[in-house]
Design a protein around this ligand. Structure first.
Ligand SMILES: CC(C)(COP(=O)(O)OP(=O)(O)OC[C@H]1O[C@@H](n2cnc3c(N)ncnc32)[C@H](O)[C@@H]1OP(=O)(O)O)[C@@H](O)C(=O)NCCC(=O)NCCS
Length: 143
């Protein structure tokens, strides 16, 4: 298993995982464009040479925001999600980022649990934040 920087050539594979993981996925075009966006930082995790998960975040001054994270369904529950989140937090901490935020659907128990294990705490809720009317939980990690 290796973790490395998310590169433009990963777009096709990330798009496959993204489309299979979310009811409201990012488009392939947006996934391809974000790689070069200013302040974007992304990592992928490979098992036996195949990308099976990714995390993308952006930062401004000393604050970061996790924008997307997913693991291929076949590889979930094996610690890869925690590894992705923790690696991103380590990289951000060594780059003087002090706080990291994210939004997650209230019903997404697996993701919420993953974030809690990585040090995130709930700080707020946004009612009917998602297009289908679901509430968002806002979480924060202090580095
Ligand atoms: C959220 C996600 C990235 C987590 O990745 P993962 O590799 O499955 O997570 P991990 O194996 O590292 O598990 C992290 C924690 O989640 C919890 N967890 C794992 N499997 C779970 C399950 N089936 N149900 C509930 N919680 C679960 C556990 O608390 C686990 O910690 P532990 O191993 O110390 O007990 C992954 O489930 C995923 O891709 N989900 C679909 C996309 C998504 O919802 N992304 C987040 C959007 S905000």
């Amino acid at each position: 298993m290796i973790i490395r920087k998310w590169m433009l050539a990963d777009t096709e594979r990330i798009n496959q995982i993204e489309q299979a993981s979310f009811s409201d996925p990012w488009s392939k075009q947006t996934l391809g464009e974000i790689v070069d966006a200013p302040n974007f930082f992304g990592l992928v995790i490979e098992v036996e040479g195949v990308v099976v998960g990714y995390i993308g975040a952006s930062s401004v001054l000393d604050e970061g925001e996790i924008l997307l994270v997913a693991v291929d369904e076949k590889y979930r529950g094996k610690g890869l999600g925690k590894t992705l989140v923790n690696t991103l937090l380590e990289r951000y901490a060594s780059n003087a980022i002090k706080k990291v935020f994210l939004e997650v659907r209230r019903s997404n128990a697996q993701a919420i649990s993953c974030y809690q294990k990585c040090g995130f705490v709930k700080i707020a809720e946004r009612a009917r934040y998602y297009r289908d009317g679901e509430d968002a939980i806002i979480m924060e990690a202090s580095l």
